[in-house]
Design a protein around this ligand. Structure first.
Ligand code: PMP
Ligand code: GLU
Length: 394
């Protein structure tokens, strides 16, 4: 008999992590799988960051840290917010967590009461809806269109707001679409929110530095949004530090205090060595990580060119992050190599089994017509993967 809680029985498994695990399993069986499922830079963590960690070990950083992070890490985060985003935060407004994922979980658990609605422009990052549901909130999906670069308009937002709306969560640059909201687009959203002073915004900026258009705007930069925006960021993507598990928020201090409180009962402070390393990462001139961004830009060009030759794949031009999100619905209802593809999940499974390429179904991101392909892989792998996809589909 299933003795588990309803909470866990109702929770979906993270589709990104599940696909990565499946790819690992098939590889262990000897299959030559190209993994384009997980959103994880394939670079090494920069040497200057690794050295800071080694020094931290030698310097005996081994004790519990303050729950919300070392004071000098908070200072580095404050300097980073000022330098990169022209945002002024003070120490009580910063909380360091075990990845941006924990930061998001903290936010949901301190902000949501049962039944509170959270507007999620679709496609959204895979874990948003389950984090909201785990905290008894109700995700409200706002469908966006490839023609509008998968961005939510002010009109769509307006139509989705109800008396129960508590928050809006989005990422920019967006995982999975790569879209970047411009200052004007954010302003239009902020204008709608002026009529709804009790709605809070989560602006997930973890891909901030992986931006190919050069301009990044934070919702909290608008004076009239500062007091109700929680800016989420982290080092996983920009510094190739996914396994180090450090994320952070800048937030109104009453929200930060609440996040500190919940974290104190769940995990305590994030890993001490990783926190020391992140100080050096955040203090560094972003020019030191530009080589990774430049390489992602090359790969984006490559994959867009190659996918342009795959019949039936319709792709927007992502402006940031390292994903493409092609609409593959032209294949729905077709049978290829004896397998019928009725939806994006079938397509992702077909590509895994017939092309040995791991991608993720768009269903996990709230868009059942698309699949997500991560191009955080070498150019050789990208070329080989798209070749295999083309062959399998033709
Ligand atoms: N937000 C977005 C949009 C992401 O893609 C990720 C990727 N893992 C996260 C948050 C969580 O990042 P992490 O927990 O590694 O800091
Ligand atoms: N954010 C990454 C992704 O979307 C990592 C996987 C995860 O944390 O779910 O693939």
């Amino acid at each position: 008999m299933n003795q588990l809680s309803d909470r866990i029985n109702n929770l979906s498994t993270s589709a990104t992590l599940a696909m990565a695990a499946k790819a690992r399993e098939l590889r262990a069986e000897g299959k030559d799988i190209i993994g384009l499922s997980l959103g994880e830079p394939d670079f090494n963590t920069p040497d200057f960051v690794k050295e800071a960690a080694i020094n931290a070990v030698k310097d005996n950083y081994n004790s519990y840290t303050p729950v919300d992070g070392y004071v000098d890490l908070k200072e580095a985060i404050i300097t980073k917010f000022k330098r990169d985003n022209n945002l002024d935060y003070s120490k009580p407004q910063i909380v360091v967590s075990t990845g941006a994922k924990q930061a998001l979980f903290n936010i949901a658990s301190v902000m949501l009461n049962p039944g509170d609605e959270v507007i999620l422009p679709c496609p959204y990052w895979v874990s948003y809806s389950d984090i909201v549901k785990l905290n008894e909130g109700v995700p409200v999906e706002v469908k966006t269109d490839i023609k509008n670069d998968f961005k939510m308009t002010a009109e769509q937002l307006s139509a989705a707001i109800t008396p129960k709306t508590k928050m809006i969560w989005y990422s920019s640059p967006c995982n999975p679409s790569g879209s970047v909201y411009s200052k004007d687009e954010l302003r239009a959203i902020a204008d709608v929110l002026q009529e709804h002073p009790n709605i809070y915004v989560v602006s997930d900026e973890i891909y901030e530095h992986i931006n190919f258009i050069g301009s990044h705007y934070s919702m909290a930069q608008f004076d009239d949004m500062y007091d109700r925006t929680i800016t989420v960021n982290g080092v996983s993507k920009a510094f190739a530090m996914t396994g180090w598990r450090i994320g952070y928020i800048g937030a109104p201090d009453w929200i930060a205090r609440a996040c500190n409180k919940i974290q104190g009962q769940v995990t305590s402070g994030a890993n001490c060595i990783a926190q020391r390393a992140v100080i050096s990462a955040l203090k560094a001139d972003p020019a030191r990580i530009q080589y990774m961004v430049d390489e992602f830009k090359e790969r984006r060009k490559l994959i867009l060119e190659l996918l342009g030759n795959v019949k039936g794949f319709e792709t927007n031009e992502p402006e940031g992050a390292f994903y493409v999100f092609p609409n593959v619905s032209a294949y729905f209802g077709k049978t290829i190599s004896g397998k019928t593809i009725n939806n994006a999940s079938d397509m992702a499974m077909f590509l895994l089994e017939e092309a040995n390429v791991a991608t993720v179904t768009g269903e996990a991101f709230g868009n059942p017509n698309c699949i997500r392909i991560s191009y955080a892989a070498s150019q050789e792998q990208i070329i080989e993967a798209v070749n295999r996809i083309k062959t399998a589909l033709s």
